[in-house]
Design a protein around this ligand. Structure first.
Ligand code: SF4
Length: 184
């Protein structure tokens, strides 16, 4: 093994049965493993929290260690919508349209106090949390959150992706959740 290869960590195999020349597990576990380690984020950054995300992508924090280095600026090729910054009410329909254009399975992270709850901007023009218009999977606290916290938010989405049932997106509960946001 070369020196370069020796520093590469491989993802752990899911539970299953191994023997000479074979490994057997369930399809759900394999799909979960693949999804977990290839989440493509769509950064929707409107203000200061977006700067923290830029640091998260840089070499010190290096989001690519988790398989998420491929930014997707097209909703149709994104898995995780990361909303970072103050969302004015006028911007709300745009966030919702981006979410609606993403294919399932899709996840959402509200990064920072503004995206989570409006933050310090308790005012008529600011949306008091993006979960008023789209479902949110993970909330990252802080104003601004440190890059470590943003990384932790991505890891929490990895946990969700790894353990999600293949049937969840077709379940009546999930359809009811979308319907409650008037999303088809
Ligand atoms: S949470 Fe704080 S740092 Fe983040 S966008 Fe709002 S004001 Fe800026």
């Amino acid at each position: 093994m070369s020196d370069t290869n020796k520093d590469i960590n491989f993802a752990e195999a899911p539970d299953g049965h191994a023997g000479a020349g074979f490994f057997a597990t369930s399809l759900e576990k394999i799909v979960g493993l693949a999804r977990k380690n290839s989440l493509w984020p769509l950064p929707f950054a409107t203000s200061c929290c977006g700067i923290e995300f830029m640091a998260t992508m840089g070499s010190t924090y290096d989001l690519s260690r988790f398989g998420s280095e491929r930014m997707s600026f097209s909703p149709r090729q994104a898995d995780v919508l990361m909303v970072m910054g103050t969302i004015a009410k006028k911007m709300g329909p745009v966030v919702k349209q981006v979410y609606e254009q993403m294919a399932e399975p899709r996840w959402v992270i509200a990064v920072g106090a503004c995206a989570t709850s409006g933050g310090i901007f308790d005012t008529y023009s600011v949306l008091q949390g993006i979960d008023r218009i789209i479902p949110v999977d993970v909330y990252v606290p802080g104003c601004p959150p440190r890059p470590e916290q943003i990384l932790d938010g991505v890891l929490r989405v990895q946990d969700l992706a790894e353990n999600e049932s293949l049937r969840r997106r077709n379940s009546p509960e999930y359809q009811a959740l979308l319907a409650s946001y008037n999303i088809k």
